[in-house]
Ligand binder design. Structure first.
Ligand SMILES: N[C@@H](CCC(=O)N[C@@H](CS)C(=O)NCC(=O)O)C(=O)O
Length: 211
Protein backbone atom coordinates (compact mmCIF):
# COMPACT_ATOMS: atom_id res chain seq x y z
CA UNK A 1 0.00 0.00 0.00
CA UNK A 2 1.06 3.58 -0.62
CA UNK A 3 -0.01 6.43 1.67
CA UNK A 4 -0.02 9.77 -0.12
CA UNK A 5 0.39 12.96 1.92
CA UNK A 6 2.55 14.82 4.41
CA UNK A 7 2.51 14.19 8.16
CA UNK A 8 1.77 17.84 8.91
CA UNK A 9 -1.81 16.83 8.00
CA UNK A 10 -3.62 15.37 11.03
CA UNK A 11 -5.77 13.35 8.60
CA UNK A 12 -2.75 11.73 6.90
CA UNK A 13 -1.10 11.13 10.25
CA UNK A 14 -4.14 9.37 11.79
CA UNK A 15 -4.06 6.93 8.87
CA UNK A 16 -0.29 6.39 9.25
CA UNK A 17 -0.53 5.82 13.03
CA UNK A 18 -3.35 3.33 12.44
CA UNK A 19 -1.37 1.46 9.75
CA UNK A 20 1.61 1.23 12.12
CA UNK A 21 -0.63 0.10 14.99
CA UNK A 22 -2.04 -2.72 12.85
CA UNK A 23 1.49 -3.58 11.60
CA UNK A 24 0.31 -3.18 8.01
CA UNK A 25 3.28 -2.53 5.72
CA UNK A 26 3.10 0.58 3.52
CA UNK A 27 5.33 3.05 1.74
CA UNK A 28 4.67 6.75 1.73
CA UNK A 29 4.61 9.36 -1.01
CA UNK A 30 4.84 12.65 0.89
CA UNK A 31 3.24 14.70 -1.91
CA UNK A 32 2.20 18.27 -1.06
CA UNK A 33 -1.28 19.56 -1.93
CA UNK A 34 0.50 22.82 -2.85
CA UNK A 35 3.78 22.02 -4.59
CA UNK A 36 2.59 18.70 -6.09
CA UNK A 37 -0.90 19.86 -7.07
CA UNK A 38 -1.04 18.07 -10.42
CA UNK A 39 0.16 14.74 -9.06
CA UNK A 40 -2.33 14.81 -6.15
CA UNK A 41 -5.28 15.95 -8.28
CA UNK A 42 -4.55 13.17 -10.78
CA UNK A 43 -5.40 10.70 -8.00
CA UNK A 44 -7.99 12.69 -6.02
CA UNK A 45 -10.24 15.18 -7.85
CA UNK A 46 -10.68 17.04 -4.55
CA UNK A 47 -6.92 17.73 -4.42
CA UNK A 48 -6.82 16.53 -0.85
CA UNK A 49 -4.84 14.07 1.22
CA UNK A 50 -4.78 11.42 2.63
CA UNK A 51 -5.03 9.00 -0.27
CA UNK A 52 -4.33 5.31 0.29
CA UNK A 53 -3.44 3.32 -2.83
CA UNK A 54 -4.23 -0.34 -2.30
CA UNK A 55 -2.20 -3.27 -3.64
CA UNK A 56 -4.47 -3.60 -6.71
CA UNK A 57 -4.14 0.13 -7.53
CA UNK A 58 -7.52 1.23 -6.10
CA UNK A 59 -7.19 4.69 -4.56
CA UNK A 60 -9.15 5.38 -1.37
CA UNK A 61 -9.75 8.99 -0.31
CA UNK A 62 -10.87 10.55 2.99
CA UNK A 63 -9.36 9.38 6.27
CA UNK A 64 -12.72 8.10 7.60
CA UNK A 65 -13.28 5.88 4.57
CA UNK A 66 -9.66 4.71 4.69
CA UNK A 67 -9.87 3.83 8.40
CA UNK A 68 -13.13 1.99 7.80
CA UNK A 69 -11.31 -0.21 5.28
CA UNK A 70 -8.28 -0.75 7.55
CA UNK A 71 -10.52 -1.72 10.51
CA UNK A 72 -12.28 -4.22 8.29
CA UNK A 73 -8.98 -5.78 7.22
CA UNK A 74 -7.68 -5.77 10.82
CA UNK A 75 -10.82 -7.60 12.01
CA UNK A 76 -13.09 -6.98 15.02
CA UNK A 77 -10.62 -8.19 17.61
CA UNK A 78 -7.93 -5.68 16.60
CA UNK A 79 -10.00 -2.82 15.20
CA UNK A 80 -9.51 0.43 17.13
CA UNK A 81 -13.10 1.47 16.35
CA UNK A 82 -15.51 -0.86 18.18
CA UNK A 83 -17.84 -2.81 15.83
CA UNK A 84 -21.18 -1.67 17.26
CA UNK A 85 -23.27 -0.25 20.09
CA UNK A 86 -22.58 2.52 22.59
CA UNK A 87 -18.82 1.97 22.45
CA UNK A 88 -18.76 2.51 18.68
CA UNK A 89 -20.98 5.60 18.89
CA UNK A 90 -18.81 7.15 21.62
CA UNK A 91 -15.58 6.62 19.67
CA UNK A 92 -17.10 7.94 16.42
CA UNK A 93 -18.52 11.02 18.17
CA UNK A 94 -15.16 11.86 19.77
CA UNK A 95 -13.51 11.39 16.35
CA UNK A 96 -16.16 13.60 14.70
CA UNK A 97 -15.48 16.47 17.13
CA UNK A 98 -11.73 15.98 16.83
CA UNK A 99 -11.61 15.87 13.01
CA UNK A 100 -14.00 18.84 13.07
CA UNK A 101 -11.46 20.77 15.15
CA UNK A 102 -8.76 19.88 12.61
CA UNK A 103 -11.01 21.13 9.77
CA UNK A 104 -11.45 24.45 11.60
CA UNK A 105 -7.74 24.72 12.42
CA UNK A 106 -6.83 24.14 8.75
CA UNK A 107 -9.45 26.74 7.66
CA UNK A 108 -8.25 29.35 10.17
CA UNK A 109 -4.58 28.73 9.39
CA UNK A 110 -5.25 29.09 5.64
CA UNK A 111 -7.33 32.27 6.24
CA UNK A 112 -4.49 33.83 8.25
CA UNK A 113 -1.66 32.54 6.01
CA UNK A 114 -2.97 33.10 2.50
CA UNK A 115 -4.64 36.50 2.97
CA UNK A 116 -3.01 39.88 3.41
CA UNK A 117 -3.67 41.02 7.01
CA UNK A 118 -6.18 43.62 5.77
CA UNK A 119 -8.13 40.95 3.85
CA UNK A 120 -8.57 38.49 6.71
CA UNK A 121 -12.25 38.25 7.61
CA UNK A 122 -12.54 39.17 11.30
CA UNK A 123 -15.97 37.57 11.56
CA UNK A 124 -14.81 34.30 10.02
CA UNK A 125 -11.69 34.33 12.21
CA UNK A 126 -13.85 34.82 15.33
CA UNK A 127 -16.30 32.09 14.31
CA UNK A 128 -13.56 29.52 13.61
CA UNK A 129 -11.73 30.47 16.82
CA UNK A 130 -14.86 29.95 18.89
CA UNK A 131 -15.60 26.58 17.20
CA UNK A 132 -12.06 25.39 18.02
CA UNK A 133 -12.23 26.63 21.61
CA UNK A 134 -15.64 25.17 22.53
CA UNK A 135 -14.80 21.84 20.90
CA UNK A 136 -11.52 21.58 22.81
CA UNK A 137 -13.43 22.32 26.03
CA UNK A 138 -15.94 19.58 25.11
CA UNK A 139 -13.12 17.09 24.48
CA UNK A 140 -11.31 18.09 27.70
CA UNK A 141 -14.48 17.60 29.74
CA UNK A 142 -14.99 13.99 28.56
CA UNK A 143 -11.30 12.99 28.48
CA UNK A 144 -10.28 9.98 30.59
CA UNK A 145 -6.89 8.65 31.67
CA UNK A 146 -4.53 7.26 30.48
CA UNK A 147 -6.63 6.96 27.29
CA UNK A 148 -9.59 9.04 26.21
CA UNK A 149 -11.93 6.19 27.18
CA UNK A 150 -9.86 5.21 30.24
CA UNK A 151 -8.07 1.87 29.91
CA UNK A 152 -8.18 1.03 26.23
CA UNK A 153 -6.49 2.77 23.32
CA UNK A 154 -9.04 3.48 20.57
CA UNK A 155 -9.32 5.45 17.35
CA UNK A 156 -10.42 8.39 19.52
CA UNK A 157 -6.87 8.51 20.96
CA UNK A 158 -5.22 8.29 17.54
CA UNK A 159 -7.44 11.01 16.12
CA UNK A 160 -7.26 13.36 19.12
CA UNK A 161 -3.50 12.79 19.47
CA UNK A 162 -2.95 13.73 15.80
CA UNK A 163 -5.35 16.68 16.06
CA UNK A 164 -3.44 18.06 19.08
CA UNK A 165 0.03 17.73 17.51
CA UNK A 166 -1.27 19.58 14.42
CA UNK A 167 -2.91 22.26 16.59
CA UNK A 168 0.37 22.78 18.49
CA UNK A 169 2.20 23.12 15.18
CA UNK A 170 -0.20 25.53 13.45
CA UNK A 171 -2.04 27.53 16.12
CA UNK A 172 -0.25 26.86 19.44
CA UNK A 173 -1.99 29.80 21.15
CA UNK A 174 -5.19 27.69 21.19
CA UNK A 175 -3.52 25.03 23.36
CA UNK A 176 -1.72 26.85 26.21
CA UNK A 177 0.27 24.86 28.78
CA UNK A 178 -1.95 25.99 31.68
CA UNK A 179 -5.26 24.85 30.10
CA UNK A 180 -6.68 21.47 29.01
CA UNK A 181 -4.61 19.40 31.48
CA UNK A 182 -6.28 16.10 30.53
CA UNK A 183 -5.73 16.65 26.81
CA UNK A 184 -2.08 17.62 27.42
CA UNK A 185 -1.59 14.35 29.33
CA UNK A 186 -3.31 12.37 26.55
CA UNK A 187 -1.16 14.04 23.90
CA UNK A 188 2.04 13.14 25.79
CA UNK A 189 0.82 9.57 26.30
CA UNK A 190 0.05 9.19 22.56
CA UNK A 191 3.31 10.70 21.34
CA UNK A 192 5.31 8.22 23.45
CA UNK A 193 3.77 5.29 21.59
CA UNK A 194 5.79 3.56 18.85
CA UNK A 195 3.10 4.05 16.21
CA UNK A 196 3.04 7.82 16.79
CA UNK A 197 6.82 7.99 16.79
CA UNK A 198 6.92 6.14 13.45
CA UNK A 199 4.72 8.88 11.95
CA UNK A 200 6.66 11.92 13.16
CA UNK A 201 6.44 15.11 11.06
CA UNK A 202 9.77 15.91 9.42
CA UNK A 203 11.11 19.44 8.98
CA UNK A 204 10.56 19.49 5.22
CA UNK A 205 6.83 18.69 5.52
CA UNK A 206 5.54 22.24 5.47
CA UNK A 207 3.01 24.61 3.91
CA UNK A 208 4.24 27.38 1.58
CA UNK A 209 3.85 31.04 2.64
CA UNK A 210 1.83 31.77 -0.50
CA UNK A 211 -0.69 29.76 -2.52
N1 LIG B 1 -12.33 14.90 5.56
C1 LIG B 1 -11.02 14.75 4.97
C2 LIG B 1 -10.21 16.01 5.22
C3 LIG B 1 -8.85 15.96 4.52
C4 LIG B 1 -8.19 17.33 4.48
O1 LIG B 1 -8.78 18.37 4.79
N2 LIG B 1 -6.91 17.33 4.04
C5 LIG B 1 -6.18 18.57 3.91
C6 LIG B 1 -4.79 18.41 4.49
S1 LIG B 1 -4.81 18.67 6.21
C7 LIG B 1 -6.01 18.90 2.45
O2 LIG B 1 -5.62 18.06 1.68
N3 LIG B 1 -6.34 20.15 2.07
C8 LIG B 1 -6.15 20.67 0.78
C9 LIG B 1 -7.38 21.37 0.26
O3 LIG B 1 -8.51 20.96 0.66
O4 LIG B 1 -7.23 22.30 -0.54
C10 LIG B 1 -10.33 13.52 5.56
O5 LIG B 1 -10.72 13.10 6.65
O6 LIG B 1 -9.46 12.93 4.90
Amino acid sequence: MILVGQYDSPFVRRVAVTLHHYHMPFTRKPLSVFSDKKAVQAINPLLRVPILILEDGEALIDSNAILDHLDHVAGHARAMTPPNGTERRRVLQACAVSTGVSDKVVALFFERTFHEASHISKTLDARLSSQIKTSLEWLEHACGTPWYFDNKMSQADVTIGCMLSHLKLRLPEFFPADKYQKLHALSRHCEMKEEFDAARISANETVPKKL
